[in-house]
Ligand binder design. Sequence first.
Ligand SMILES: Cc1cc2nc3c(=O)[nH]c(=O)nc-3n(C[C@H](O)[C@H](O)[C@H](O)COP(=O)(O)OP(=O)(O)OC[C@H]3O[C@@H](n4cnc5c(N)ncnc54)[C@H](O)[C@@H]3O)c2cc1C
Length: 549
Amino acid sequence: MRERVLQEISGESFDAVVVGAGVNGCGVARDAAMRGLRVLLLDKGDLAAGTTASSTRLIHGGLRYLEHGEVGLVRESLRERETLLRKVAPHLIRPLPLLVPVYAGRRRGRLTIRAGMLAYDLLSSSKSLPRHRMLSPSEALGHAPGLNSEGLRGAALFYDAQAEYAERLAVENALDARARGAHVLTYARVERLMVEGGAVRGVVFKDLLGGGTQEARAAVVLNAAGPWVDEVLEGSPAGGEKLIGGTKGSHVVVRAFKGAPRAAVYAEAAEDGRPFFVVPWDEKLLIGTTDERYVGDLDRVEADESEVEYLVRETNRVLPSARLTRADVLYTYSGVRPLPYVAEGREGGITRRHFIRPASVRGLFSIVGGKLTTYRALAEGAVDLIFRALGRNPPPCETADVPLPGAAVEDFEQFKHDFAARSTLPPVSTARLLKVYGARASEVLRLAQTDAELSQVISEETGSIGAEVVHAFREELAETLADCLMRRTMVGLNSELGLDALDGAARLAQKFLGWDEGRASGEVEAYRKYVERFKPPAGAPVRGGGSLT
Ligand SMILES: Cc1cc2nc3c(=O)[nH]c(=O)nc-3n(C[C@H](O)[C@H](O)[C@H](O)COP(=O)(O)OP(=O)(O)OC[C@H]3O[C@@H](n4cnc5c(N)ncnc54)[C@H](O)[C@@H]3O)c2cc1C
């Protein structure tokens, strides 16, 4: 399969090569393929393994951006939230209630928060989610019994949305792009841009699995490499100017504790006034983030000790019943926001808007910034631009109306009901397949029914089954066990980082995918090494709590 794609690439002249298969690159590839362009999507690693896997997973307008006057961004994000939630990906995105506690003596008082809420509601007037409500202290404690009651003046309750498995949003875009004729190749690192006569002619890439180097010719190159955008341009006539000024954000993941909130808590850190989230996520709690300028290795971004301490300490302040220590941190993950470069100023003040920057080289464009939430709108703008660069009028974009493959059924709620009725799997596995694959759960179930071993549970915690492993490699472009566990089956996000499913997955690959012993043990070892980056840094236990006022 991979060999065939490589061969086809060498014989093809593409309209566009998209460099980077994060949510933005995958979204562009899908839109471009839907509008009839010949497109190639390349990534040096797996789909969605970059920034897209490191976000807080909120599909949100960004209440905070209102403070920075980013009204246009908030309006666009709220519109996109609605589109994704109702039309494009209802199987992956769900409404999320958020609670903003108000404390005496803090920077953002009740009036400020209420004003923000009113503006947020106003900017999303056509939304289907409930409007905000201001709560009394006792009502707030009803929603989050563990909240610090000292100085509590009440709370605002409002709604945004969450993509628990943001990775799958990108994966489904890439799979749909491929189904519509796009070429998609992972582990293909772009080494050089080909430029002739002031115009881009394509890219030279290295096949990181097979080892060869190859050209891909195209009239347009879209650099969607996230925080790596400047690296891709380096050495070309378009290189030199710094486009990206990345800031690092880290999260910690803990088990739900006594008094854990049912709604996400959106609190102001006592130490520096930065907002941070404690979000119910994947049966656990996701806490983040930090925001610090980053100049280190983009290929290995890890939470450092001070970030973990900060997040644990601030959680204990706002939710004292958590009594978290470092030992409670199951794992951490960090990413670099691909923000536009600005020489100085507060990190939180850097715009979260995206820009599609044309280079001095004709036909070359780079994406700077962007949120998970707005990937579809960004892709629409980028594909319009590609058409214009090709000298053609862009046909209408349909991605706001055509659901992703996992939502491509008349009525998703009805589908869930029917699927549960015909599933022969344990209820936990049935629910899991629906949550991860949406309507494509039928494909996995069909595969599971071909062999008893494929319907066996491979992770007790998640209920994931053997067929998912085989499906990931055969149908969803997984190349390694890390791709399979971390970004297809999503088992890798469980409290054991998927290590509970690792040996079973390797055995299934041997039996059903023809791996030999060497490949299986090599993959197991590589996975163990891969997840090391998520282990919390060692250090002194964090003392918790303290006053909020
Ligand atoms: C801490 C944090 C929290 C966030 N929280 C949210 C949130 O809650 N909600 C929200 O909407 N947004 C959030 N974001 C923003 C959002 O995650 C990103 O803006 C988005 O994922 C960027 O996607 P991308 O496709 O542009 O980049 P990426 O996902 O980074 O993809 C770029 C890809 O390019 C590839 N690449 C790099 N170099 C090459 C090369 N030479 N050849 C081939 N491929 C290459 C990489 O391997 C990578 O896969 C957050 C970001 C961070 C860091």
